[in-house]
Design a protein around this ligand. Structure first.
Ligand SMILES: Cc1cc2nc3c(=O)[nH]c(=O)nc-3n(C[C@H](O)[C@H](O)[C@H](O)COP(=O)(O)O)c2cc1C
Length: 228
């Protein structure tokens, strides 16, 4: 075997070893990150000002009709009020707001990963400029002007009960009138099983979508382990 051949073999072996090592260490990192439970008590805090840091939030698509045409909009600034109402914070410039104010009804549709691209599309384009009425196949419930998305596993038809006005936003307080859930994600007691449905999550600073992670605890139970 000549020297060149031997060198080639040694180099190839080194490359293979390097690749195997890189792969193993990234696996280990993922495992470590998975198991990491950080106590921030001793890490100095920096004031970054007046920005809401409460992310990720669920991504939803809100359905409405503006001038009798269906319009879809992505909304992630959404929250629960009690057990039967939601708050949707929607910038005053949006086309959808006109329809919601007029009709006093809307739908809220949970977005899953398979809906990410059309959901992002309706969040990037205004109904003022493009016709978004055919982006999603829809069905109707009992309310007028609240089209719901067939592809969404959880769709709610809602009535506006209040609008909390802030400088730039119409903050719609809506009452959920009916919730339509795909049967395969309900358990035997008709409760939504969040092991079966994975809402797409959204975060603002990085403009990213995430999947829901692993179940790590038991609510109203793990607190029993607290010792003062
Ligand atoms: C993932 C995502 C989430 C969004 N969440 C909100 C929100 O909570 N509130 C808001 O005012 N705009 C939000 N937007 C922006 C609107 O969806 C976007 O401006 C849309 O084009 C407005 O549509 P319209 O003018 O047809 O109503 C979001 C956009 C994306 C992509």
């Amino acid at each position: 075997m000549n020297i060149q051949k031997t060198l080639n073999i040694i180099l190839s072996l080194a490359l293979v070893l390097l690749l195997v090592k890189m792969n193993t260490s990234s696996d280990t990192l993922v495992q470590e990150a998975d198991q990491e439970v950080i106590d921030y008590s001793d890490i100095p805090k920096k004031n970054i000002g007046n920005h809401s840091p409460l992310y990720p939030t669920p991504t939803t698509v809100v359905g409405t009709k503006v001038n009798d045409k269906i319009n879809w909009i992505a909304i992630a600034h959404i929250g629960n009020i009690g057990f039967d109402c939601l708050l949707l914070s929607m910038h005053k410039s949006h086309h959808s707001n006109q329809g919601i104010k007029k009709n006093q009804t809307l739908s809220v549709n949970m977005v899953t990963e398979s809906m990410m691209i059309p959901a992002d599309y309706v969040g990037m384009n205004s109904g003022k400029d493009v016709d978004k009425s055919e982006v999603f196949e829809y069905f109707e419930g009992t309310l007028q002007n609240a089209p719901m998305i067939k592809a969404s596993p959880i769709a709610m038809e809602c009535e506006v009960i209040d609008i909390y006005d802030t400088e730039h936003h119409d903050n719609f307080v809506v009452k959920i009138i009916n919730t339509y859930v795909s049967e395969t994600i309900l358990d035997e007691r008709e409760r939504i099983d969040f092991n079966k449905v994975k809402p797409l999550l959204f975060e603002m600073p990085g403009r990213s979508y995430y999947k829901v992670g692993k179940r790590v605890g038991n609510a109203w139970k793990d607190g029993e382990k607290f010792k003062n």
